[in-house]
Ligand binder design. Structure first.
Ligand code: FES
Length: 170
């Protein structure tokens, strides 16, 4: 009479979850799960608990990389905080998350962090930029290297002034 619990829980994750790489899947959170749809599909109490666990992982922004906030002087970041040969994810004064890339010391470019695949936040990786949702990787110029994203990350105007980086053209 006992049932395999893992078999019972399997329907709690809808087939349309974006991690299934379904390009038509809904995007209600960083994981792309429509919460009402998930709870509806989950059904009974046991499955509801499983659904809540999935939602907790989703709602906590587990796929959402942390971003530094703008400085008191209005700067996006201090130059020294951006790794040379890497990038720093920051939040500008409008709340948009952008990637500050310092390929060579003292030269900083800005890129949107919005993944060109399905809109997740792209984060700095090891000498590249990585999307946590479906594994797209971009070079430091924002060009796609691998994964489902085929378009480059859009440029965002930033400039260096002294020891800090600011939004917009110089
Ligand atoms: S949203 Fe799918 S790889 Fe970025």
């Amino acid at each position: 009479m006992s049932q395999d619990v893992s078999t019972q829980l399997r329907p709690a994750v809808p087939a349309a979850h974006p991690h299934s790489a379904d390009p038509q899947s809904a995007h209600a959170c960083a994981c792309g799960i429509d919460r009402r749809q998930l709870l509806t599909r989950a059904g009974g109490v046991g499955l509801g608990v499983a659904a809540v666990a999935v939602l907790a992982a989703c709602g906590a922004g587990s796929d959402e990389p942390p971003a530094a906030t703008a400085g008191a002087d209005g700067s996006l970041a201090k130059l020294a905080d951006i790794p040379v040969g890497g990038a720093l994810l920051v939040t500008d004064t409008t709340g948009a998350k952008i990637l500050l890339v310092q390929e060579t010391a003292g030269t900083v470019t800005g890129l949107t962090s919005v993944c060109t695949h399905q809109g997740c936040t792209v984060a700095p990786g090891n000498g590249e930029l990585d999307c946590p949702c479906h594994g797209s990787r971009f070079d430091l110029s924002g060009n796609p290297i691998s994964g489902p994203a085929k378009e480059p990350l859009a440029a965002v105007a930033v400039h260096v002034d002294g020891d800090a980086v600011f939004s917009g053209q110089a």
